[in-house]
Design a protein. Structure first.
Length: 307
């Protein structure tokens, strides 16, 4: 049994399969063709943090695969009343076939997975957001072809998205230009689980404009992630120069794309003319969450499928 708790849980070969499968699943969806490979299967979705895209993409995706979903939050389940995570895992995984969790610490999802009888998917933790990066890479490939050898500029917080981009670069052979304000750097030990990585899979830049130079993709995220709201005012000051604007996009390659996992704050981490401009692919990126996650759920439950 496989779980998907961080991007590095799968090999490059597994990603080749998943990305190709997601393209097929998307094509069938667009053609109103049925793809009921998970009929009678049930996905449990556990949210300890808010969500729009993750909930809708997993829920709609599971129904489109012929399955059904159970939606739980901290507020309306015993999870919020301190039932041990190990007990919740044992119980929920006896009644469902697959579990998606959005929570705080990565340790929590790892403990759940340890006691689960069924595959567990990370729907975002403080440390990682693998489903989002899978969608982002799928989106890049749709627009520009292979991501191998390309440059992704990360402008902003050294957060769950940044950590996951680094894991993907190491695994899939592209490079991340990282620019974060002082005090908000990526913790490389955490991002790579203390393992050695391919030299040159990332480079750190003090100045965000320098990070964007020659980039094939410029991407950012909120200055304050969920769970860090108490730091909001301090972050607003520290991140003031890490707003993706037209000047940064002009420093990137002429055909560079802009991505943002959303939700976005126009005028903070990105200017409206960038996110709403011609280089932005954020709506495709959001939609693609559903297509890649359908491929992911199918893979975790059925393994590789022919054709
Ligand atoms: N990008 C993303 O995960 O969005 P939600 O927080 O709306 O799920
Ligand atoms: N880094 C953000 C992503 C939201 C989808 C957060 O963790 O809140």
């Amino acid at each position: 049994m496989k779980h998907y708790l961080q991007f590095s849980d799968f090999t490059a070969d597994e990603y080749d399969y998943l990305l190709a499968r997601a393209a097929l699943i998307k094509k069938k969806f667009k053609g109103y063709e049925k793809h009921h490979t998970l009929s009678d299967r049930t996905l449990a979705m556990i949210f300890e943090k808010a969500s729009t895209r993750t909930r809708v993409s997993f829920e709609a995706g599971m129904y489109q695969l012929g399955g059904s979903v159970v939606h739980l939050t901290t507020g309306d389940s015993q999870l919020g009343r301190a039932e041990p995570i190990e007990d919740s895992a044992r119980v929920i995984s006896r009644m469902t076939d697959l579990v998606m969790i959005r929570t705080f610490g990565q340790d929590k999802i790892e403990r759940f997975a340890e006691y689960s009888r069924v595959p567990v998917i990370n729907g975002l933790t403080n440390e990682f957001h693998p489903c989002q990066i899978l969608a982002d890479i799928f989106t890049f490939i749709e627009h520009r072809g292979s991501i191998k050898g390309k440059v992704v500029a990360w402008v902003g917080d050294g957060n769950n998205m940044a950590n996951t981009w680094l894991q993907a670069a190491d695994l899939l052979g592209f490079k991340v230009h990282l620019s974060t304000p002082g005090g908000y750097e990526v913790d490389e030990q955490l991002a790579f689980n203390g393992k050695p990585v391919h030299p040159g899979c990332y480079e750190v830049f003090q100045n965000p404009l320098d990070a964007c130079k020659g980039a094939d993709l410029v991407t950012t995220d909120v200055w304050t992630s969920m769970g860090y709201e108490a730091e909001n005012e301090a972050r607003k000051k520290a991140f003031a120069d890490w707003c993706v604007d037209a000047e940064m996009m002009a420093a990137a390659k002429a055909d560079a794309l802009f991505m943002h996992c959303l939700p976005a704050h126009r005028g903070e981490e990105v200017e409206a003319d960038v996110i709403d401009g011609p280089q932005s692919v954020v709506w495709d990126e959001a939609e693609n969450r559903m297509h890649v996650q359908k491929a992911l759920m199918e893979y975790l439950l059925l393994g590789r499928q022919p054709g």
